[in-house]
Write a protein that binds this ligand. Structure first.
Ligand SMILES: CCCCCCCC/C=C\CCCCCCCC(=O)SCCNC(=O)CCNC(=O)[C@H](O)C(C)(C)COP(=O)(O)OP(=O)(O)OC[C@H]1O[C@@H](n2cnc3c(N)ncnc32)[C@H](O)[C@@H]1OP(=O)(O)O
Length: 218
């Protein structure tokens, strides 16, 4: 059975990234994103730069101080039914703290998503922190990107579920420091099973393909 995608269904959880990017982000969210962006840069320098020991020690001392300062505040109130990172007031929070697309999460590459008809498209660039084979992206990081991409695509069916099986075919090594683009769509739905497919490219080169089976909640 095929069911049409319905982008509006997702709004019950949060805004689509496309909508969210149009919303002005100010105040606390702007500062969270700025901090995450700087942290990403720190991570890149840590993994690439030939920094002298004394400067590393100084940087670690500075960050230790910041960690203590940030850790002195109470945890935000949780939205227990959806995600550890979301709060009742912040619909963007589930997106903003995502490990793949979250602009307020420094471990996200980040992956940028847009909806184009029934196809979900993404763009990203892997830095050195995501290195597997020399000069190439780690296969596990590529799998994580597909999990997010296909997971997002399946959530647009209004039957959001969890990943049951994710199969990746790594066709050629995926380069670091290169603009990558990816796409995913729902192929078919059978009962609670949502079958999705996705592809990741560097330019015209197909780097990896994915098939995913997601299980809608009972
Ligand atoms: C649920 C609410 C979700 C809320 C979503 C919020 C909005 C989302 C918005 C934005 C998305 C953002 C993007 C995020 C993306 C990230 C996604 C992840 O990383 S998810 C974490 C990793 N996945 C797990 O941890 C699963 C752990 N496994 C399980 O919980 C279960 O095993 C589960 C649910 C997958 C299946 O358990 P059963 O008890 O429901 O399944 P049974 O009833 O035994 O089987 C039903 C049918 O499914 C098949 N099936 C069962 N397990 C399968 C599997 N693993 N793979 C394929 N098919 C499976 C069976 O063969 C059966 O098929 P037959 O009806 O007989 O034809």
């Amino acid at each position: 059975m095929n069911e049409p995608l319905d982008g509006s269904a997702l709004s019950q959880y949060f805004l689509l990234p496309t909508d969210a990017s149009e919303a002005p982000v100010t105040g606390i969210w702007a500062e969270r994103r700025r901090l995450a962006s700087i942290m990403r840069t720190v991570i890149e320098h840590l993994t690439v730069a030939d920094t002298p020991e004394s400067e590393l020690r100084e940087a670690a001392d500075t960050l230790q101080h910041l960690a203590a300062q940030l850790g002195a505040h109470p945890r935000r109130r949780k939205r227990d039914d959806i995600a550890d990172t979301a709060t009742p007031m912040d619909k963007h929070a589930l997106i903003d703290f995502s490990p793949l697309i979250g602009l307020s999460n420094p471990i996200s590459p980040p992956l940028e998503l847009t909806l184009d008809g029934n196809t979900l498209r993404g763009r990203l660039r892997f830095g050195t922190a995501y290195e597997g084979p020399p000069g190439c992206a780690h296969g596990g990081c590529i799998a994580a990107v597909f999990d997010e991409l296909l997971g997002y695509a399946q959530s647009l069916t209004s039957l959001p579920g969890m990943t049951g099986t994710l199969t990746i075919r790594y066709r050629v090594p995926t380069p670091l420091h290169t603009e990558l683009h990816c796409e995913a769509r729902v192929q078919r739905i059978s009962g609670r099973k949502i079958f999705c497919v996705g592809r990741l490219y560097a330019g015209e080169t197909l780097c990896a393909e994915a098939d995913g089976v997601f299980l809608a909640s009972r």
